[in-house]
Design a protein around this ligand. Structure first.
Ligand code: RTP
Ligand code: MG
Length: 139
């Protein structure tokens, strides 16, 4: 399994607030190569499937309804040490705790509407990328 890829979504809040371009710019400036890219919208059902790992958590229902509330941008990204470096680039889950200069510190307003998703492991990056992209959609 590759260790140099991660999966991201620009979440509905960041899309609605006009940050798609700025966030993709930050991502490419940080050295990530875009392997796949899609502007789409999750339904309640597909958001529920994507976040099934959190099904038992208290915030699951709100998370699913937020993630299906508007369009998102999904992408597979490539870079050495992608998982760890990308999570460093986006900052802490709660933007109030995110380090200066991170994507969540710059563009997110709350722990629920926190601008971006980043995979937490190689295994999940593979699963999440496969959720959105077929082989012929990767370059
Ligand atoms: P993500 O998966 O979206 O990249 O975020 P993450 O790894 O930093 O956080 P995770 O624990 O995977 O949680 C997924 C999303 O659920 C919301 N959340 N709310 N109210 C809460 O305590 C809480 N904890 C998590 C966040 O929007 C988080 O991004
Ligand atoms: Mg997570």
């Amino acid at each position: 399994m590759s260790t140099n890829r991660t999966f991201t979504m620009i979440k509905p809040d960041a899309v609605a607030n006009g940050h798609i371009g700025s966030i993709l710019n930050d991502i490419t400036n940080a050295g990530f190569k875009i392997i796949a890219l899609k502007y789409t919208k999750l339904t309640d059902e597909t958001a529920g499937q994507f976040y099934a790992v959190h099904a038992e958590r208290p915030f699951y229902k709100d998370l699913v309804s937020f993630m299906s509330s508007g369009p998102i941008v999904a992408a597979i990204l490539e870079k050495d040490n992608a998982i760890e470096d990308f999570r460093k680039l986006i900052g802490a889950t709660n933007p109030a705790e995110a380090a200066e200069g991170t994507i969540r510190q710059k563009y997110a307003k709350s722990i629920d509407a926190n601008a971006v998703h980043g995979s937490d492991s190689d295994e999940n990056a593979e699963i999440e990328g496969n959720f959105f992209f077929k082989a012929d959609e990767r370059f």
